[in-house]
Design a binder for this molecule. Structure first.
Ligand SMILES: Cc1cc2nc3c(=O)[nH]c(=O)nc-3n(C[C@H](O)[C@H](O)[C@H](O)COP(=O)(O)O)c2cc1C
Length: 205
């Protein structure tokens, strides 16, 4: 789909065909497209908990304030941010060396720089949220491009999800996304603030 149409037609869809099952291949194609998102140092801070089994979707729905779309959608996805993504700095360095982007001798310096940068807990958390959020948006566009609907959600209890789905401590629930064959949203899109309200050129001075 041409990008402007895609961006215009993507809506946060609340109603899904409960009987429609997406294939694992389709879901993985969407995730692989989401993984094309950019990330600082290419650390790829995202991880996806994909829930498709009925009883698990019911549990997830309970953790998401009972929102029916969570169990109606083919899959409900918890987009997680990885606080430890910086620990993959050596993998990134190896890839860059293999591709000729940097010399072998640069590896130790790069790994050290990345580890230093991510010492701070606030930076770790900000980066996990930044990376996961970029992937979440790409995921929603990829789904729309394949004829599926999505709804991003923050209406959930992250600690309940952590406990019920045994999410390891280094992964933080950033956003939930419902995914499936949806009923096209017929309500007019909510207003958007215009360019003059959201742009400041050059400086706030
Ligand atoms: C971070 C985030 C959290 C959201 N949480 C919920 C939610 O918990 N439940 C819900 O029904 N919609 C949720 N939404 C959907 C928004 O209400 C919706 O995106 C917004 O009204 C714009 O609608 P549109 O995407 O159709 O243009 C959320 C959206 C975002 C980006």
């Amino acid at each position: 789909m041409e990008f402007l149409s895609l961006a215009n037609e993507r809506r946060s869809v609340k109603k899904y065909d409960k009987d429609y099952k997406m294939t694992k291949e389709e879901i993985e194609k969407i995730i692989e497209t989401a993984a094309l998102s950019p990330s600082a140092w290419n650390l790829q801070q995202w991880h996806f908990l994909i829930v498709t089994e009925e009883d698990k979707k019911e549990q997830l729905k309970k953790d998401a304030w009972g929102q029916p779309k969570v169990s109606d959608a083919s899959a409900s996805i918890v987009v997680l941010g990885d606080l430890n993504a910086y620990q993959r700095a050596d993998e990134v360095a190896d890839d860059w060396i293999e591709k000729g982007y940097m010399p072998e001798e640069g590896k130790a310096g790069l790994v050290d720089t990345v580890h230093q940068f991510y010492q701070d807990d606030q930076i770790k958390r900000d980066e996990a949220i930044r990376g996961a959020s970029l992937a979440a948006m790409t995921l929603m566009h990829a789904a729309k491009n394949m004829g599926y609907e999505t709804c991003p959600m923050i209406g959930f209890d992250p600690e309940a999800i952590r406990k019920d789905f045994k999410v390891p401590d280094h992964l933080i629930p950033v956003m939930m996304i419902t995914l499936g064959k949806g009923e096209a949203e017929t309500r007019e899109r909510g207003y958007r603030r215009g360019a003059k309200d959201i742009i400041t050129y050059e400086s706030f001075e």
